[in-house]
Design a protein around this ligand. Sequence first.
Ligand code: IDC
Length: 545
Amino acid sequence: MKIQKALSTVCAFVMSAVLLPQVLFVPECAEVSAAESGPVSYYGQLQASGNRIIGSSYSEPVQVKGMSFFWSNWQGQYWNSGTVDRMVNEFKCEILRCSLGVDDQGSIYSGGDVGALRSVMDAAIAKDIYVIVDWHSHGAHNNPNAAKSFFSEIARDYGQYDNVIFELYNEPTQVSWSTVKGYAEQVIPEIRKYSDNLILVGTPTWSQDVDQAAYDPINDSNVAYVLHFYAGTHGGDLRGKGDAALNKNVAVFVSEWGTVNADGDGSVNVGSSEQWLSWMDSNKLSWCNWAISSKAEGSSIFGGDGSSLTEAGNYLKKILNAHAETAVWRTVPKSGTDPDPQTTEPDPQTQNRERLALSGSGSTVLEAESYTSMSGVELEDCAQGGKNVGYIESGDWMSYSISVPQAMKYELTLDAASESGGGQIAFSCGGNTLGTLNIPATGGWQNWQQFKVTLELPAGDSDLKLYAQQGGFNVDRITFTAAGSQASGGDINRDGNVSAADAVMLQKWLLGAGNLTDPEAADLNGDHKINAVDLTLLKRRLLRQ
Ligand code: IDC
């Protein structure tokens, strides 16, 4: 059970103060208000999903942006809630990275920094933003035990907060990926005892060889690999490594980047920074910039007086403020939440729309235009009669109120049309992605074909969302066929249909003749045996069809 961090009441705040006995928080209680609701309440826990990161309450790619603290042992004066508040209020950070100073032998420079780390984490949680706990070392693999005990303690105390992200190793230098991976495989289980939150793993050569990690990924379902760059030094070659990793379908996280040279100094390289920023935007890569510091070097956002903004500071503030203008959590009400009654006219097409009750057997047809809410789509006359949903572009979605008697699999058959193909739909309920479907070209915007996907729908009332990861298709109707545990089966000869030919193939095989092209599809009742029961189930299903 995750603890909700929408700290909308003082009560909730006191509760977290009790859970985390950091007395430090308590004097701030009075300041907590409903306005503190931030990206974490909106997106939920961050989760690696293919080469993107999504949220546990938001099934589309999430990109969050913010700043990195400097080495705690050298710029500890910023490690407090005042800085967190300034970063959130003035810079509009959605994430902060805490670079806990750890030496090349893998030991914390100053044990006292952990207290400061905790107070920064508490402040970030109170602000409802994400916070990275970064084991900021160039030699962490030399001392896995130190990292294990540190992360175990932090995960125990903070792992239940969706806000928290664990970064195991800032930047390995000249060590092989297998060494880094071996280290990570020792530390990850310590965290997993308490938390399934996102874990970031640094990569060889100052976290540049993200491609090497992608070729030999870690066996854990919520890991992203770290890419660091400095715009004054790095360009297209390093982006190529990032692309290679993404093409291997792993999640990538830019937990640190600089506008300046790789030594942390020099002036802001605006041209190169813009190229990197647009590359990160197009790949939905989350990032933190180096650094919250007033050390006399180009990457510091604060000047010698400790508070005024440097060239880098002004630049970062501008970029982060611009991001805030379009950040989804600030601008888009959550689907399923009531739009503001003062400002939104009821949509005559969707008001009074009834919840579609799906039965536990047989088929139910849903007209695609009977959504209860949508974003970006339009209706048009359909060659199959009535209307269809059209003009679906990437990022558009439709949501349908459904009700399911018990959690079970349904085969969805979409009547879809696409002139040029490339469409990709993600189906989700309550923010959980249930499955995806590709829509290839059908030869025209009104040339309808049927495409199938099997989804396990949750019991009770829910909102089923069709989200266009890639647009360029129309939908006319969706047929739900209850499939119980047999949904994915049946297409034994893999010709794309469940038909009498499949029953013939299964029957022959049961009689000792011929092969099953897809033996898994022949296990219709999912009991891991293929026998006459499966044949009977298949025949019944064909009769129903
Ligand atoms: C740098 C600081 C610099 C300090 C040095 C110590 O900017 O003042 O003397 O650390 O090692 C990184 C590292 C980050 C570096 C930064 C700039 O993660 O710790 O900070 N950098 O060199 N990777 C690439 C660049």
